[in-house]
Design a protein around this ligand. Structure first.
Ligand code: SF4
Ligand code: SF4
Length: 345
C-alpha cells in the first residue's frame, strides 16, 4: 500500500515535472531575453554610403519645414484648413487621387528595388536605421567605443557612470524632442510653433504629438533598436517573398572561407588546409542585429553591409582579395548564370 502510494506520488511528481519542463520549453521557444548588442564602429565604402544617406535624409527632414515659398511655409500639411501646400502647388481633399498614385508608385518601387537589390531600404534609408545610426553616434561620442561601453555597463553605479549615462540620455531626449517638434512643424507652421513654445502657449494636441513622436524616437532608436527590425517590422517578414536567386544579397562565400581558422599572416592558408576566413568575428561584432552572416541568409539581416566593410578590412590587412563577405546573388555563389532557376526549368 505504502509502495503503491509512493509510486503514485512519484508518478504525479514526474508528470508534474514533465509538464513544468514542457512549460519551460514553451517559454524558451516563445521568448528569449534580449542580449544587448554593442555594434563596433566600422569604416569603409558602405559605411560612407550609409553616412551620406543619414546626412541627406536627416537634413531633408529637419530643414524642410523651415523652407519658405512666397510668404508661407513651402511644405505644410494644413489639416484644419484641408489644404496641403507643396512649394507652388496646393492640394485639396478632392486631389486624394494624386496621393494614392504617389503611394502606389512608392510601394511598387519598393517592391521592384527589393527584388533587384534586396534590403536597400532597410540598410540605408529606413527611419529606424537612420535614427539608430545617429543615436549610436551620440552613444560613441559620450560613452566611447564598443569595449568602453561594455565595461561601463558592467561597472557598478557610481557618480561617473551616472554622469555619463545622464549625458547620453539627455542628448538622446533633446534630439528626440527636436524630432517631435519638427514632425509637428509639418502640420502647424513651424515658426508659429516655436513662438508658442517659447511663450508656453502650445496647444494640447501639438504638445501631445511633440511628446508622442519624441518618445517614439527615443524608445525606438535608443532602446529597442534591432528589436524593431526583428520583431515589429512587417516589411521584414514578407520581403523575402520578393527575393529570387538573382536578388542581390549580402553573403559569406563559404566555398572560399571554409574551413575557417586563425593563422599567421606570413603562412599560406592552403598549406594548413584552411580557407580565407580567419574566424576573427569582426563581421559579427559590427552587425547591428548581432547575427553571424557566415550562418547564411537570415531574416534578421537588414542588408546594411557593415559586415562587408569589416571583412574587406580584415582581408586587406592579410593581403587577401576582398569580397569574402559581399553583395552577390544565390546563382552567382552557386556558379550559375543569372536567371538560372531549377524551379522554373
Ligand atoms: S570578418 Fe571575415 S575573416 Fe573575420 S570572421 Fe568574418 S568572414 Fe571571417
Ligand atoms: S549580417 Fe551584415 S548586412 Fe546583415 S545586418 Fe548584420 S552587418 Fe548588416
Amino acid at each position: 500500500m505504502e509502495t503503491e502510494s509512493l509510486a503514485k506520488s512519484d508518478y504525479r511528481t514526474t508528470s508534474q515535472v514533465a509538464k513544468h519542463s514542457r512549460h519551460e520549453d514553451l517559454e524558451q521557444a516563445l521568448y528569449e531575453k534580449r542580449q544587448k548588442i554593442y555594434p563596433r564602429q566600422v569604416h569603409g565604402l558602405f559605411a560612407r554610403l550609409r553616412l551620406s544617406g543619414v546626412v541627406v535624409l536627416m537634413g531633408m527632414y529637419y530643414l524642410t519645414p523651415w523652407l519658405m515659398w512666397d510668404d508661407r511655409q513651402a511644405i505644410l500639411f494644413d489639416l484644419p484648413g484641408r489644404k496641403f501646400y507643396i512649394f507652388g502647388l496646393i492640394f485639396w481633399p478632392q486631389d486624394l487621387i494624386y496621393l494614392s498614385a504617389l503611394l502606389i508608385l512608392a510601394a511598387l518601387s519598393l517592391f521592384f528595388f527589393t527584388a533587384l537589390a534586396g534590403r536597400l531600404w532597410c540598410g540605408y534609408a529606413c527611419p529606424q536605421t537612420v535614427w539608430t545610426e545617429v543615436f549610436l553616434w551620440i552613444e560613441r561620442k559620450i560613452e566611447g567605443d564598443r569595449m568602453r561601453q561594455i565595461k561601463l555597463d558592467k561597472a557598478p553605479w557610481n557618480g561617473r557612470k551616472l554622469a555619463i549615462k545622464g549625458a547620453k540620455h539627455g542628448a538622446w531626449i533633446a534630439l528626440s524632442l527636436w524630432t517631435g517638434y519638427t514632425f509637428v512643424g509639418y502640420f502647424t507652421p513651424i515658426r508659429d510653433l516655436g513662438e508658442s513654445l517659447l511663450t508656453l502657449g502650445l496647444g494640447p494636441w501639438e504638445t501631445f504629438w511633440v511628446f508622442f513622436y519624441g518618445f517614439a524616437t527615443y524608445g525606438n532608436a535608443g532602446w529597442l533598436r534591432e528589436q524593431v527590425c526583428i520583431y515589429m517590422c512587417p516589411y521584414a517578414r514578407f520581403q523575402s517573398a520578393m527575393f529570387d536567386k538573382d536578388t542581390l544579397i549580402i553573403s559569406y562565400d563559404t566555398a572560399r572561407g571554409e574551413p575557417r581558422g586563425s593563422r599567421k599572416r606570413s603562412v599560406d592558408p592552403r598549406q594548413l588546409g584552411l580557407g580565407d576566413c580567419i574566424d576573427c568575428t569582426m563581421c559579427v561584432q559590427v552587425c547591428p542585429t548581432g547575427i553571424d552572416i557566415r550562418k547564411g541568409l537570415q531574416y534578421q539581416c537588414i542588408g546594411c553591409a557593415a559586415c562587408v566593410d569589416a571583412c574587406d578590412d580584415v582581408m586587406d590587412r592579410l593581403g587577401y582579395e576582398p569580397g569574402l563577405v559581399r553583395y552577390t546573388t544565390e546563382n552567382a555563389l552557386d556558379g550559375k548564370a543569372a536567371h538560372e532557376n531549377p524551379a522554373r526549368a
